[in-house]
Ligand binder design. Structure first.
Ligand code: PMP
Length: 355
């Protein structure tokens, strides 16, 4: 088969898309990966290999029950998936008709909502955030009746800001009769406040997305959770692949959600929140850049007119951070994940040399 035939055979909506590419591929030699909001800490886990000859449970009970208890919901309100990314994809695949329906996003925000929609031939509508990163509810109201799923990220990646509870309530009310409102809480453990899981019974169109990739330090196992009414979970279960979680992933997730695992996570969150504050305090006097937004997550966002030079300079010193300047309203912005104390100090020293 020739390449041009493959081109002609591929689904039309994929023709203009590119395969996902991680910046890591261009940066194999570096030591400080501060570009993907991972935890710099990793716990210890045991693997029982005796079950590896069997297919795993579709929804491993131990993991579902432990997460339900942790999030304060019932097991019927929990779906576990291959990262929160699969939860995002499932919401789109299960609730949008390809080639017909739309979702609503509020940029600047996490990129996978749009990518997932595009790969499934679902249209992406945008209601950009206000300059202070609050929701623009008037702009959102324009889309009532025209979208099936609304994605709100809080704390938002890449601004780190939380959406005020009144605003999320208003969004839930706006779309009550017509769309799901998915509140992505990937970074909730780093933020003040409880998040929205406890409100599921009050809002039938509310969905909450969570992950073990950030506070739990388990980006490598790909494990995320969708919390919603049992009716919504039942629809998602129709669309999910039969075995989303490999057996080792389920075992590690259950250990991470045990009382010891939760205590480890909470301790690391406290450490990272202190390190974030320290990093902000140290960077502030360096000048020539400003911190953007009140970051309630394991990263900070900076704006600098010297953005490109700074990125290149840091990469040359083995430090990878994330350029966010292509995002709506984030010209010249760079996002830096909080690393270990040593990593943060290397970053501060490198920035001091640069400015
Ligand atoms: N939501 C947000 C806001 C994120 O930043 C990320 C990861 N960068 C995810 C979801 C995806 O999480 P997971 O690793 O569980 O797929």
């Amino acid at each position: 088969m020739t390449d041009s035939l493959i081109d002609a055979l591929q689904a039309k909506h994929l023709r203009d898309l590119k395969p996902y590419e991680s910046a890591r591929r261009l940066f194999s030699g570096g030591q400080d990966w501060l570009n993907a909001n991972e935890s710099p800490f990793v716990g210890e886990y045991n693997l029982d290999s005796r079950k590896l000859n069997r297919y795993p449970d579709c929804q491993p009970k131990a993991v579902i029950q432990a997460y339900a208890a942790y999030a304060g919901v019932t097991p019927e309100q929990v779906l576990v998936s291959r990262g929160a990314d699969e939860g995002i994809e499932l919401l789109i695949r299960a609730f949008c008709d390809a080639g017909q329906d739309s979702i609503l996003i509020c940029p600047p925000t996490y990129g996978m909502y749009a990518i997932s929609a595009e790969t499934f031939n679902v249209k992406v509508n945008k209601a950009p955030l206000n300059a202070d990163f609050s929701l623009n509810l008037d702009a959102m109201a324009e889309f009532v009746g025209k979208v099936k799923v609304v994605f709100i990220c809080s704390p938002n990646n890449p601004t780190g800001t939380q959406v005020a509870p009144e605003q999320i309530e208003q969004a839930l009310a706006l779309f009550a009769g017509s769309a799901l409102v998915a509140v992505d809480e990937a970074y909730i453990e780093f933020a003040q406040g409880q998040g929205w899981a406890g409100q599921l019974a009050n809002y039938p169109n509310l969905v909450v997305l969570r992950t073990l990739s950030k506070a739990f330090g388990l980006a490598g196992i790909r494990c995320g959770f969708t919390l919603a009414s049992p009716a919504i979970i039942q629809v998602l279960l129709k669309a999910i692949a039969p075995y989303p979680l490999a057996e080792p992933v389920a075992q590690i997730a259950a250990q991470a959600l045990s009382p010891q695992g939760l205590a480890w996570m909470q301790e690391k969150v406290e450490v990272l929140n202190v390190l974030r504050q320290r990093l902000q305090d140290q960077l502030q006097p360096l000048g020539d850049f400003v911190r953007v937004g009140d970051c309630q997550a394991n990263f900070i966002l900076l704006r600098s007119q010297y953005k490109q030079g700074l990125m290149d300079d840091l990469v040359a010193q083995g430090i990878l951070i994330r350029d966010q300047s292509k995002q709506l309203g984030l010209e010249n912005c760079l996002r830096i994940s909080i690393g270990t104390e040593e990593q943060n100090q290397r970053l501060v020293a490198a920035m001091q040399r640069f400015f």
